[in-house]
Design a protein around this ligand. Structure first.
Ligand SMILES: CC(C)(COP(=O)(O)OP(=O)(O)OC[C@H]1O[C@@H](n2cnc3c(N)ncnc32)[C@H](O)[C@@H]1OP(=O)(O)O)[C@@H](O)C(=O)NCCC(=O)NCCS
Length: 184
């Protein structure tokens, strides 16, 4: 890791202050998921609708370096994830499981502990615990993200396949997504 970036300031994100940061979050999301090695095609209106949906019922934290928004983590209760194979995991209580729906860090600030701090901040803020468990879904080829979650104690518990569109050709391709789980 390069030098840990400091000071990072965290702010809670909810449906009240989300409109203020929405444009920056859409930009961050677009650069995080439609550029570089993990590029896929996502229509801009789909990004906005997805963020709106999460923030209508979920919450999150945003990280700032000086006055620049450099990272975000967005969460829901797992009961709101329609893709999780609940029938195969009766031991997981969807109401008490935190589902990390999105995690993204500005490319210029990666490898400096921002994502790790965001997750640690999230878990610290969830005390006393309304949630007992946490789950995240990640593309199995996303080495930075998989490594991060393993480092923080997440373990793979199940997988699903999703059809995505290649950014250049717009051709569909299959993405294996692993659900990773951690007891809080
Ligand atoms: C995944 C992502 C959020 C990581 O953010 P980050 O701030 O760079 O991560 P951190 O600096 O906090 O890294 C913490 C740990 O994660 C792992 N990690 C992070 N980047 C890595 C990389 N490029 N290669 C391997 N491991 C990596 C390491 O274990 C690292 O700990 P270490 O530095 O002690 O080795 C960032 O790369 C990103 O925004 N990617 C695009 C969006 C995305 O894929 N989000 C996740 C979707 S599930």
């Amino acid at each position: 890791m390069q030098e840990i970036i400091k000071p990072i300031t965290f702010f809670g994100l909810d449906d009240v202050n989300y409109p203020k940061y929405k444009t920056e979050l859409i930009d961050l999301y677009t650069l995080s998921f439609t550029e570089g090695k993990h590029a896929q095609y996502i229509a801009p209106e789909t990004i906005e609708a997805s963020l709106d949906d999460i923030m209508r019922i979920g919450f999150g934290f945003i990280a700032f370096y000086k006055d620049k928004l450099i990272g975000a983590i967005l969460c829901l209760s797992l009961k709101n994830d329609p893709d999780f194979p609940f029938d195969n995991h009766k031991d997981i209580d969807p109401e008490k499981t935190l589902y990390i729906a999105d995690l993204m860090v500005d490319q210029d600030f990666r490898g400096r502990g921002v994502a790790q701090s965001l997750i640690e901040h999230l878990f610290k803020q969830s005390q006393p615990k309304p949630y007992t468990d946490a789950v995240i879904r990640v593309w199995d080829q996303n080495i930075p993200a998989v490594s991060l979650y393993k480092k923080l104690g997440f373990e793979e518990i199940t997988a699903i396949f999703q059809t995505k569109l290649d950014k250049e050709s717009k051709e569909p391709f299959e993405m294996k997504k692993n659900y990773m789980y951690k007891k809080l």
